[in-house]
Write a protein that binds this ligand. Sequence first.
Ligand SMILES: *Cc1c(COP(=O)(O)O)cnc(C)c1O
Length: 428
Amino acid sequence: MAQGLLGEKRPLAGFLDADGIRESVAALEDAFAAEPGVQVLHTFAAKAASLIPVLRLLADCGMGCEVAGPGELRLAVEAGFTPARIVLDSPAKTRDELRLALALGVAVNADSFGEIRRIEEIRSPGSASVLGLRVNPQVGGGSIGAMSTATATSKFGVALRDPGAREQVVRTFAERPWLTRLHAHVGSQGCSLQLIAAGIAETYRLAEEVNEVVGVRRITGIDIGGGLPVNFADDEARPAFADYVAALRAEAPGLFDGRYDLVTEFGRSLLAKNGFIGARVEYTKDAGGRRIALTHAGAQIATRTVFMPDAWPLRVGVFDGEGRPRNGPSMVQDIAGPCCFAGDVVAHARELPELREGDFVVLYDTGAYYFSTPWAYNSLPRPAVYGFAGGTGGLRFAPVREAQSLDSVAAESGLHHAGALTGLYEKP
Ligand SMILES: *Cc1c(COP(=O)(O)O)cnc(C)c1O
């Protein structure tokens, strides 16, 4: 606020703690480095913070990048990841996307047998791409259905426990020397470490079975996905990456003995706690005995929280117009957003110091999947995002993404085709 990045004219912005991001990457690296026998490529799941400066910082930290479509692939290339450190996953890759990925030498995990057939048609023998197959170990779901990728009927990967599927996977590898990797991403927020580790252990046993049947080490790498859940209740990063490595070691010790190269694809656990949203309180009002603070942070920036408030609760901080924490007596308040539908509330009936017009609320732990993934509802412009570094020695800020201009909102809303529909009725 002292720097003018938040204020009456700039009522909403996202912030990213660059030092914190680097520390999170170091924690991930250290956790796996405790298992010295194994080669690991840590990739960042681009969808968790699809901002080129974030991706470049992560590339600079030595990470790779997991992408799920042409847009994310473009961002990864622009951010400076070399193709060998990029992994393409997505359940609906087109032939053109596959051609591009194979031409670049990006690793590709096929999501189905159908996709294996397409890759087989397209690939040239000289392609540098590492090619894998995603499986669904069907170990079950966590507490958030939409985040559970290993249920019996999940749309992702080859459903391993379906009749005949395991045998078909083994045959598929046996017949294709170019297929060398197994991939599983067992779940995200709401899934326990035990559940995720059980899914990875199942994938490891499948790799062992394939190599045993084929008689050579056909599978040389296992991509274990991401999905470490994040604690949204306080400041502590828990579970830690080290807890996850311990859970994996308990379930599948062979994973770390160096016979398989590993790939990881963490997203939320690297970024969530390293970002926050600042939003101005434009008005307060009372309705039916409830105090409501109308802020600029709603479904356009906290989409999951607004639509599934029980699954995605956020901590809220309260600050006055100068940025000082408010410590007054607390009262029950709703923190509402600017969108025009009644459910646009980011915190329901929360006990917080009384908010006033011109105050700011902070939504913590929103560095992943929040302001980096805005929703265009109500044609609300995308808010600016700033990064910062240098805590004790004086904070330095840098723009990561500019606030969207109204010209850009109009352009994205068909400005250049304004007469398209009326034109359909004009006489030629
Ligand atoms: C979303 C996703 C990830 C990252 O999940 P997080 O919960 O953010 O760690 C990794 N791999 C795949 C295939 C994904 O779809």
